[in-house]
Ligand binder design. Sequence first.
Ligand code: ARG
Length: 467
Amino acid sequence: MDDSTLRFTSSLDVDSALAFYDIMGSLAHVRMLKKCGIIPAEDADLIIDGLKKIEKTLEDGELELDENLEDIHTNIEFKLTSMIGPAGGKLHTGRSRNDQVATDFRMYLRDAAMEAVDKVDDLIMALLRVAEDNAETIMPGFTHMQHAQPITLAQHFLAHAFRLGRDADRFVDAVDRMNKCPLGSAALAGTTYPIDRKMTADALGFKEPTENSIDSVASRDNVSELAFCAAMTVVDMSSICEELVLWSSQEFGFIEMDDKYTTGSSIMPQKKNPDIAELIRGRTGSIIGGLVAMLTMSKGLPLSYNRDLQEDKGAVMDALDSVTFSAEMLAKVILTTDYHKDRMLEVTQKGFINATDLADYLVTKGVPFREAHGIVGESVRYCIENGKGLEDLSQDEFRQFSPKIEDDIYEFLPVKACVERRNSYGGTSSASVDTQLSLAIKQLMARDDSVREETQFIEKCWEELLN
Ligand code: ARG
């Protein structure tokens, strides 16, 4: 092979991240070969011993990789053989790098996805903390970026929390779907040896073996699905980030971020820049790019393994890392930011944010909604011309627009009353926010438990394999 061919086809710089999983996969495989009597027990024991030593070297950060070998799988196998001699050559019985790499990557992704869930859940927790402290903090709710109706900060952050909760759930679902073991599918057609695929699947913490050997070595929909999960999550985070950037501007003045999580300008001493939020927003591009790369790489590939598939790792590994770190940082920003309640309330006094409530009031007095809408429109126009808010109008002024408006209107118009009246299920009233908070915490706890259980279960599998 020409040197340039090796350099061109090598995947070592990316798949070296699979080293630990590759060793675990080999440990499971060799124990199975031994138990099924496919290789002699004493060879198997030599292999197990050697693999454990390699794992220890890896753990100590001392595993040296040979760039003349094209990937991590070859590297570990050759290292083993150089340590224990010809017995090492028996490890690759009844498997191929095609099922090996598919198995290794699933294990890697399973861990990376659960770590992402963990950090996204921390972010959700941060949002819920702020929501809990701000069940009474009134702010404008926006549509089209225009003042629409008054809401609470709690209601707003709960919206982000539920949305991110679905993102986290999607990761969990994706992991559950891909949690089947390809090992033993061999090159594409299975193997002639009497292997026990159930045994290796169990040992590696998978639910069961994959059903079809060709599908096992050829499909990467699991990778694309996680790439989507990452993309969706960062898109949702970027929406929070965009608001943090806007809200911290002088024009909004809703929040002030902690110095620890902002940066200064090299020439403008007064600046305090929301760089973390901006960078998360900015990294959305490369994370979405990871999904596009995966789908495009997979398109039109004939069955079964094609070398194109080697390109399935870098972008998605980076995307998952990036989402995990972003969620961690955003949680810190959310928790340490000052939320300026007075300012949020102050701006609700402008912009006729209670206009819908005046219309609703008229409806309670028997005026059809469409007619009420017109009456309010005229009242607002009058207010603008006279520099007043709706709640500043006198009884006489109100009466020129509708005789149905009576004294009780003044209890109706304050923004606090507007918020509390929106007591429909899921609405912004404090009672509804209370209900939502407990629902969100329940969902979070349930997911937390299941992820913790799964992580501990996998840790136990590793312990047993290294035992
Ligand atoms: N480096 C390869 C990959 O990551 C391993 C599988 C190689 N298989 C093959 N038939 N050349 O996909």
